[in-house]
Design a protein around this ligand. Sequence first.
Ligand SMILES: [Zn+2]
Length: 423
Amino acid sequence: MWSSMTESGGDFEQMWRDLAPLGRSSASGGYFRQPYTPVEGELRAWFIEQCTARELELEPDGNGNLLAWWSPPAARSSSVETTQVETTQGVLIGSHLDSVLDGGAYDGPLGVVSSLAAIDRLRERRVIPRRPIAVGVFAEEEGSRFGIACLGSRLAAGATTPEAAGELRDRDGVPLLDAMTGAGLEPSLGRAPWLARIGTFVELHVEQGRDLVDRDAAVGLATGIWPHGRYRFDFTGDANHAGTTRMADRHDPMLTYAITALAASKHAAAAGQRATFGRLEVAPNGTNAIPSRVTAWLDARCDSETELVRLVAEIKRQASERADRDGTRVRVSAESVSGDVSFDPDLTQHLQAGLADRWGEVPVIPTMAGHDAGVLAAAGVPTAMMFVRNPTGVSHAPSEFADMADCLAGVDALADALEVLVS
Ligand SMILES: [Zn+2]
């Protein structure tokens, strides 16, 4: 079936159209593609259908991730070099299909769709890979339901333990394992058997910034990912009447939170780093009540681990200082912290050299966003990332965008990179 697909990018455009309506909010135009929900089931079914049409062999793992293998005979066995070829490790490409709440269309799906289209390109070029190729879809990359970003790849790589994941609940109290079972999966959390068969991972992703716009390039490669973390701040005080409680008599955790959020922004800006409070839960959450509790989540990202520790410590210090003044209390816990990730410089250079003929000098840029590529790189898999230009730089929002011409350039560049790796 794949052989009938055209070289014009029709395969990519058709797949992109297939996905467009899934999980899209008619109100905002943004996407709600949370893991183990009916819409994620549709995305998964779509992926399986695409893989089946391409005769890729599906390998789900017990962590919600799904790999689909193209293992041509040359990559599977050979009469002369059986031993060597059988131990040849695969090249993984792919990304994720889930989104943040009210996210964009490109973050994740662009990598998955481009990977399938890149396989089509290689077949059109009659390339017979000497290494198996797998297209991967990772579960809960955004952490939008269970709070831990890259949960699927972290479990597969052993970076999150099955015990810790077994404790996770979504906002409605649904345990991760129940959600997975409810979605028709058979969870078996922990290190994935496929990991040992992957020798290279290349994740294509929409750029979440404007570096490529500034450099006038449709595609780029990544140097690494900034260290980043998610921290939960529990501010507690005394609930009371909004009218009858004198201002001087209040112990209002909302004020402690508000000053903390301002301090986080001020310190991050001054240090050239990033700090965001983007999620809040208030109890009892009544207009006429002083809250008893405010829970706020800090997302912090820095150019070094030392800076990250320093920034979070400074925000915590300001929070407790303010809590003392307000007569409130604050408790901080780190929910997930990812260290400095450098992508494989040799691999990146190899790809840059391989792409040079057709693409000139492909820019190599850093990213402040976390990715499954970061998790696999930290687990020792030689990894590279490829970015596709995003004209607005906006991501994690409905206006996230990439021009179709740039998306197709991304497919070609990924196919070229794959060809370099499997030839
Ligand atoms: Zn992503």
